[in-house]
Ligand binder design. Structure first.
Ligand SMILES: Nc1ncnc2c1ncn2[C@@H]1O[C@H](COP(=O)(O)OP(=O)(O)OP(=O)(O)O)[C@@H](O)[C@H]1O
Length: 330
C-alpha cells in the first residue's frame, strides 16, 4: 500500500539547512496499522506530509495506494485520507456540513455524502451531533469529527498525524477502538504518527521508530521489545552525585550490559531480573548508598528507544523541541 525508498526532505534558509528526513525506506501492506514513533522533531510529520503529497521530497521515490507520488499526486490524493495534527474543521461550521462539503470536493453527490456522513457519525459515536458546531464539541468528539472528514470519500489508506495528542486517557482509548474498527470493518490501511509509547504498543501491528530523520528500528511491538532481551533494572538514586557508583554496581551484576545514566536514574539490562535485584540491594547496602527506588521489569518500547539512541523517549519528549527553521523553498 506504501512503498518508499530514500525519501528525504531538507529545508533551506539562506545558508542554514535542516535535514528533516534523511532517506526513509518503508513498506506498508494493505490492512496494516503501522505506527511511526519518535520524539518531537524526529521527522514524523515531514514524512507524512511527503507521503500525502503536501510536501515535495528533496530526494527519493514512493508509491502510495498504487500511484506514484511524484508522477501522479492527484491519484494519490483521490485514494487517501489525511487527518492533520490540527484538524481541518471550521469551529463555527456545522459538523454535518463540514463532512458533506468535504465529500463534494471529491465529486460525491450531496445525497451520497449525507448518507455516508451519517453512517460515519454512527460508527464514530458522533450520533446526534450533525448540527453541532465543532467549537461546542469536546476534544475527543472534535478529533473523531476530523477523522470522519478524512474518511468521507472512502479512502483505502488513511494517514493520522498524532490522532490522540491532547486527549484524556479515556478519549484516547475510545479513539483507538475506532481506529481498530476502521481496519476490522473496512480493511482500511492506517498509517499514524505518535509519540505515545502506549499508543504504539496497544494499537499498531508494526512500529517504525524514527530519530533524527532516519528509521532506526522496525518490527512488531513484541519483536522490538524482545530485541532488548533480558530484564531491565532501574535504580533511582537519592543523591545524583552517586549515580556513577550505582552504575558501576549495576554493571558488575551477572550478565549485565553497560547501564545508561539518565539524570537520577540508572537503567541497565541484566539476564535475570529477580536474582540481580536481590544482589544489587545487598551491594547498595554494603556501599552505604541510599536509593529512592529500585525495580526490575520486562523491556518496554522506551527501553528499545534507549538502547537504539542512548536517550529515553520520555526524556526526549519532556525536553522542548528545537525551534523550526523558517521554511523557504523546495
Ligand atoms: N517548514 C519547515 N521549515 C523548516 N524546518 C522545518 C519545517 N518543518 C519541520 N522542520 C524541521 O524538521 C525537523 C522535523 O520536523 P517534524 O515536524 O517532521 O518532526 P515531528 O517528528 O513530526 O515532530 P512533532 O512530534 O513535534 O510533530 C525539525 O527539526 C523541524 O524543526
Amino acid at each position: 500500500m506504501i512503498h518508499a525508498r530514500g525519501l528525504a526532505r531538507t529545508f533551506r534558509k539562506r545558508k542554514q539547512e535542516v535535514h528533516a528526513v534523511v532517506g526513509v525506506d518503508l513498506d506498508v501492506a494493505p490492512g496494516e496499522i503501522v505506527g511511526f514513533l519518535g520524539p518531537n522533531g524526529a521527522g514524523k510529520t515531514t514524512t507524512l506530509r511527503m507521503l500525502t503529497t503536501l510536501l515535495e521530497p528533496t530526494a527519493g521515490t514512493a508509491t502510495v495506494a498504487g500511484c506514484d507520488l511524484i508522477a501522479d499526486p492527484v491519484g494519490v490524493r483521490r485514494r487517501i485520507g489525511y487527518v492533520s495534527q490540527s484538524g481541518s474543521t471550521y469551529p463555527d461550521a456545522r459538523a454535518g456540513e463540514e463532512v458533506v462539503d468535504h465529500a463534494r470536493l471529491y465529486g460525491m453527490s450531496t445525497a451520497d455524502a449525507t448518507a455516508r456522513g451519517k453512517q460515519l457519525f454512527r460508527e464514530l459515536d458522533l450520533e446526534g451531533l450533525w448540527e453541532r458546531q465543532p467549537k461546542a464539541m469536546s476534544g475527543g468528539q472534535r478529533r473523531r469529527l476530523d477523522i470522519a472528514v478524512g474518511l468521507i470519500h472512502v479512502p483505502e489508506l488513511v494517514f493520522l498525524d498524532e490522532p490522540t495528542t491532547g486527549l484524556d486517557p479515556q478519549a484516547r482509548a475510545n479513539l483507538w477502538t475506532h481506529i481498530r474498527g476502521l481496519r476490522e470493518e473496512r480493511g482500511t490501511t492506517v498509517f499514524l504518527t505518535t509519540h505515545y509509547l502506549d499508543e504504539a504498543d496497544a494499537l499498531c501491528d508494526r512500529i517504525l521508530v524514527i530519530d533524527h530523520g532516519a528509521i532506526v528500528a522496525e518490527g512488531t511491538p513484541d519483536a522490538l521489545k524482545s530485541q532488548v532481551g533480558g530484564d531491565v533494572l532501574t535504580v533511582t538514586v537519592a543523591d545524583q552525585a552517586q549515580a556513577g557508583d550505582v552504575a558501576r554496581l549495576v554493571a558488575d551484576l551477572p550478565g549485565a550490559e553497560t547501564p545508561q545514566v539518565v539524570d537520577d536514574r540508572i537503567v541497565g539490562r541484566v539476564r535475570n531480573g529477580g536474582p540481580a535485584l536481590v544482589e544489587l540491594v545487598r551491594a547498595l547496602d554494603r556501599a552505604g548508598i541510599s536509593v529512592s527506588g529500585v525495580e526490575s521489569r520486562r523491556p518496554s518500547l522506551d527501553d528499545v528507544f534507549l538502547q537504539l539512541t542512548g536517550r529515553s523517549l520520555r526524556d526526549a519528549e519532556a525536553a522542548p523541541a528545537a525551534p523550526a527553521a523558517e521554511e523557504v523553498t523546495v
